[in-house]
Design a protein around this ligand. Structure first.
Ligand SMILES: [Zn+2]
Length: 58
């Protein structure tokens, strides 16, 4: 079972590289139960997309 620290670390890792299925499942499970990490996920997702748009890769 992941704690919040592991979850936030994996979430930012996930932006650069794909995770194993097992890790993705663990992440999803934690996000289902933890609103703090859900918010964090939304934030980095938004930032990441904005960055990509700025660099013109998409
Ligand atoms: Zn959490």
């Amino acid at each position: 079972m992941l704690n919040c620290k592991d979850t936030t670390r994996l979430l930012s890792q996930q932006q650069d590289q794909s995770l194993s299925l097992r890790r993705r499942m663990a992440l999803r499970f934690h996000l289902m139960m933890c609103s703090g990490c859900r918010n964090y996920n939304k934030q980095i997702d938004f930032i990441h997309k904005a960055c990509r748009r700025f660099s013109g890769k998409e």
